[in-house]
Each structure stands twice: as C-alpha cells, then as structure tokens.
Design a protein around this ligand. Structure first.
Ligand SMILES: Nc1ncnc2c1ncn2[C@@H]1O[C@H](COP(=O)(O)OP(=O)(O)OP(=O)(O)O)[C@@H](O)[C@H]1O
Ligand SMILES: [Mg+2]
Length: 263
C-alpha cells in the first residue's frame, strides 16, 4: 500500500478580491519506506501541498490519503499516521527539550513513565541528550530544528512531513539533520520532504518531484532526472540536480542572474 497518494490535488486561496491558484491539480504517489523530495521555487505551492496532506488545510479539489486514510473523510484517523515539522517551528522556548517531548507524549495518551522513556529515546535519536534539560531559549537554530523533528516523531507516525527542515542552518547543522532523517527513515518511517537545497534532495531522496506554479513539471529518481537531461542535451559531464531544476523551470543561469539584478 502507498504511504501517500494525492489525485488532482487543488488549493485556491481567496486573497481579497483575488483568487490565488496555489496548487492546480497535483498527483503524488509515495511508497512506504521512501524518502520523497518535493522541490520548487518560492511560491510554487510546496507548503500548501504539505498543509493539505497533513490535514492542516482543506482541499479545494481532488483527494489524498496518508497511511491509507483519506485526509478529507477521516482527518483524525489520518493525523494518527502523520508527524509534521512545519517551515516555521512552534516550540515553547521557556520549556526544556525534555519537557516539550514529555508533554507531547502525554497528550498522545502515554503514561508518565512511557512518556519519560519516549522523551529519552527521542533526545538520543536527534543527538540532544546533553541539551535535553536546558531551556529551548538557549538552543541554536539547528538544535531547535532537531527538537522539532523529535516532537513530530513522539507518536511513532508512519509518515513524517518535513517542510524545509534545513533552511537557515549552517552546513554542519544541515548535515546533522540529514543524518537524523536517514536514521528515522532507516527505522521504517516514510519521509516527505520539501527543500530549496537540491544537493540535499540528491543525498536524501529516493525519488523527487519538481513543482512550479502549482503543477508538477518533472519527477523521477535523482539519477534518472540527471540522466535524462544529460542525454537530451548531449552533455559530456554529469549534470547536477541544479541543472535539472533550471531546465525544468525554464530558468537559465543567465536569466536568474538577470532577475536578481532587476529586484
Ligand atoms: N494564506 C494564503 N492566502 C493567500 N495566498 C497564499 C496563502 N498562502 C500561500 N499563498 C500563495 O500561494 C502560493 C503558494 O505558496 P506556498 O507557501 O505553498 O509556496 P512554497 O512553495 O511553500 O514557497 P516557499 O519556497 O517560499 O516556502 C504563493 O503564491 C503564495 O503567495
Ligand atoms: Mg513553503
């Protein structure tokens, strides 16, 4: 069974008198155990798609399932299958990492002793044992991201959604998050990840899709996407996913440079 399916997924926002068609008919199929990358320029519709798939937002059209549960027909059932770390993390900075995880576990119905064990296990998983009893206020950006990751895992979700988990992190912290994602996936969790970093997608994802202006414009494995471009363009060196992205979105390096200048 698929971990995630979406068919004809649509979202139209009403913004004053204007309608914004953020997602315009997206089909997605992610198998259990995969790390699936969802890439695209700013405003492409990535976060909107994540919000719909995680029941945080209603669908304007189409349908979706997570862990086999229809997100519209049974949002509460779907939520039990879902862990999510959003683009903007919402952590109470006055609490310690351990307190946040323990509280989450209690909210999911664990006993005090189960919750304490789960918090300990998760602090270990994301390398925060040493900082676990410090207030989150004193955490670095990378540590907050990792705690957010841990709190999305408290109820052992089948599918973990990560919206730009490494944006704004320094290279070392980014690598740490990559390791956590690999470790979580190795334990059997399916991962749906949005990112702006194509190298990250190349490293982590079994498969990926590019979205632009609300529509999926290309998808495949990192290797197949690069291979296709290489053959079509008769390239003599191996293209990067950046090259695939620029080709898919019709942006050239020159035009991107030009657009930057105009701003
Ligand atoms: N609440 C909202 N009301 C109106 N328009 C919105 C709202 N949220 C997003 N949009 C618009 O929908 C489109 C898609 O936004 P979305 O946040 O899904 O993009 P994104 O791919 O996640 O971008 P980014 O890379 O910047 O995070 C954009 O045009 C955005 O301006
Ligand atoms: Mg976004």
């Amino acid at each position: 069974m698929s971990a995630i399916t979406a068919t004809g997924l649509k979202k139209t926002y009403q913004s004053g008198d204007e309608q914004v068609e953020a997602v315009r008919g997206v089909d997605i199929e992610v198998d259990r155990g995969e790390v699936f990358g969802f890439l695209g320029p700013n405003g492409a519709g990535k976060s909107t798609t994540v919000r719909m798939l995680t029941t945080l937002m209603t669908l304007s059209g189409g349908s979706a399932t997570v862990g086999g549960v229809d997100v519209t027909a049974d949002p509460y059932g779907a939520r039990r299958k879902i862990g999510v770390a959003l683009q903007e993390a919402g952590l109470d900075v006055r609490q310690t990492g351990r307190e946040i995880l323990t509280l989450q576990a209690r909210l999911f119905g664990m006993t005090a002793s189960e919750a304490a064990d789960r918090a300990q296990e998760l602090l270990e998983l994301v390398d925060l044992l040493d900082a676990g009893d410090r207030r989150v206020k004193g955490y670095s950006g990378g540590m907050k991201r990792r705690l957010d990751l841990a709190s999305a895992l408290v109820h052992r979700p089948e599918v973990l959604f990560l919206d730009e988990p490494t944006t704004g992190l320094d290279p070392a912290s980014r690598l740490t998050v990559w390791d956590e994602v690999k470790r979580i996936n190795a334990l059997g969790t399916t991962v749906f990840l949005t990112t702006q970093y194509l190298e990250e997608a190349d490293q982590l994802c079994n498969r990926l899709a590019f979205i632009d202006d609300g529509l999926i414009i290309r998808e495949g494995t990192p290797a197949s996407l690069k291979q296709e471009l290489r053959e079509r363009r008769n390239m003599t060196t191996e293209p990067t996913l950046d090259d695939v992205f620029l080709d898919a979105t019709g942006r050239t390096r020159e035009r991107v440079a030009g657009e930057v200048k105009e701003v």
